[in-house]
Design a protein. Structure first.
Length: 266
């Protein structure tokens, strides 16, 4: 497991981002919160010997998957489990050849990305693993698997950001929940929209609002919604985003549901 000093460091960071005193174990401020949300998690300073980019999408997916909940809530035990995984992977990498911290960080991100791909492209229990002939049925089964992964990712992604900040609702928009521009700003960062597409935050925010209006989910003339985006549109966007990712992985020759080997220097 993660060493005691590593666990003590992570607990100190956990308390720090919760606004509590690590020196007093948080006791003076009452019990620490049961979990962190995304913006708090991104304030965690990883140990110097274990550089990790917590804004990396695959890394976030793996971190939130370790307890099997995918609920957008990161507990202290999740951080300990993630530290265990990272330490084990680092040990595997250094056993197979000397590797710098920056090299390992890049390889660990690739490992997390492949873990996400393997999970999202795997055949879930409720879908048939073998489709009957004719071959059209096989194609249909493959499409079902991909759609299941896309939906699961969209649901997780939307939940991750819904947990992150206040979710608002209005009588004028029954059944709709809205996320703040601050939460959308974190989304823009995590998805690397500026780097990948050259679109700045304001352009991204305006795009989500326009699409939401086109779908009848909000009225752009309503000043109460000036700094808000419907949560449902973030789920739609996430599904489109991950569909592009899964298509690219398939074109690169990655097998659905593949099991990922440990990071190595091979």
């Amino acid at each position: 497991g993660a060493g005691q000093s590593q666990q003590a460091y992570l607990k100190g960071e956990y308390l720090r981002v919760c606004g509590q005193s690590p020196d007093q174990g948080g006791a003076a401020d009452g019990p620490p919160p049961e979990y962190l949300v995304l913006d708090q998690l991104l304030q965690i300073r990883p140990p110097r010997e274990y550089p990790v980019d917590l804004t990396h999408l695959g890394t976030l997916y793996v971190l939130d998957s370790l307890d099997g909940t995918f609920n957008g809530r990161i507990t202290l035990q999740d951080l300990f489990a993630f530290a265990d995984l990272y330490s084990w992977q680092a040990g595997q990498a250094h056993t197979s050849g000397v590797m710098s911290s920056s090299d390992f960080q890049a390889k660990f991100q690739a490992y997390c990305t492949l873990q996400m791909w393997g999970d999202l492209s795997a055949v879930p229990p409720e879908l048939p693993t073998i489709a009957p002939h004719p071959s059209m049925m096989m194609q249909k089964a493959e499409n079902s698997v991909e759609l299941d992964g896309v939906r699961r990712f969209g649901k997780w992604f939307s939940q991750l950001f819904a947990e992150n900040g206040q979710v608002l609702s209005f009588d004028a928009y029954p059944g709709q929940s809205f996320l703040s521009s601050d939460t959308i700003k974190t989304m823009h960062q995590v998805l690397g929209i500026k780097k990948m597409y050259g679109v700045d935050f304001q352009g991204f925010f305006d795009l989500l609002q326009r699409v939401a209006e086109e779908r009848g989910l909000m009225n752009l003339q309503d000043t109460a919604l000036d700094e808000l985006v419907p949560q449902s549109i973030t789920e739609v966007f996430a599904q489109d985003f991950i569909q592009g990712f899964m298509k690219l992985m398939s074109e690169l020759g990655f097998e659905p549901g593949m099991v990922v080997d440990p990071v190595s220097d091979a």
